[in-house]
Design a binder for this molecule. Structure first.
Ligand code: COA
Length: 165
């Protein structure tokens, strides 16, 4: 396994991790059987791809910020903070993924811990997270960060967890 020389941290998207972002996302998409065509555009103009992702943007109709989990030249995953909930509260305040080659090493658990600090500084005191009940690994990430489940499922069939400040 590749040794990481720096503790991974959430940073704004950066061209400094071009190679590892593209190869990591490609490996992840292929492992999930997902469409990789967006990577062609990203690899052709990575500067533009990154520029479109920096800062607070309207996504899903609400202000949100993207972060990449990075150690030196290595990109490990992505986390998004929605500064407020969408009208139907789908997706909650925070979403994330760790790319397949870096999974099962505690990165998502630590990434969410950092994401909660960022979310609080953006005014999200109590964070809602939603997860497919079959996604045991993500449920564990949320519970390890203090997530308390609500009864039942939301309109998307997802379980809702609150992480209170
Ligand atoms: C869910 C996901 C974020 C977990 O990332 P990760 O970095 O592997 O998570 P961690 O290493 O912090 O592990 C979290 C828990 O899952 C378990 N886990 C993770 N990968 C596992 C594997 N391959 N086999 C068995 N258990 C696994 C860990 O043991 C840990 O449980 P524990 O705390 O009881 O030991 C990652 O699999 C992913 O990105 N999946 C696709 C996108 C997704 O589901 N996003 C979340 C949407 S809510």
């Amino acid at each position: 396994m590749i040794a990481l020389s720096e503790t991974p941290r959430l940073v704004e998207p950066t061209t400094a991790v071009r190679i590892s972002y593209l190869t990591g996302e490609q490996a992840d998409m292929r492992a999930r059987g997902s469409d990789t065509s967006w990577l062609t555009a990203a690899s052709t103009d990575f500067d533009g791809f990154v520029a479109d992702r920096v800062g607070v943007r309207q996504r899903w109709g609400v202000p949100s910020t993207l972060f990449w989990f990075v150690s030196g030249e290595h990109y490990l995953g992505t986390l998004v903070v929605r500064h407020r909930l969408t009208e139907d509260q789908g997706g909650g305040h925070i979403g994330y993924h760790v790319v397949q080659p870096w999974q099962h090493r505690g990165h998502a658990t630590r990434m969410l811990a950092q994401g909660l600090v960022i979310a609080r500084s953006a005014g999200v005191d109590d964070a809602l997270l939603t997860v497919d009940p079959a996604n045991e690994w993500s449920r564990r990430v949320i519970i390890a960060n203090g997530g308390a489940p609500e009864e039942g499922l939301n309109h998307e069939g997802e379980q809702r967890f609150w992480i209170r400040s």
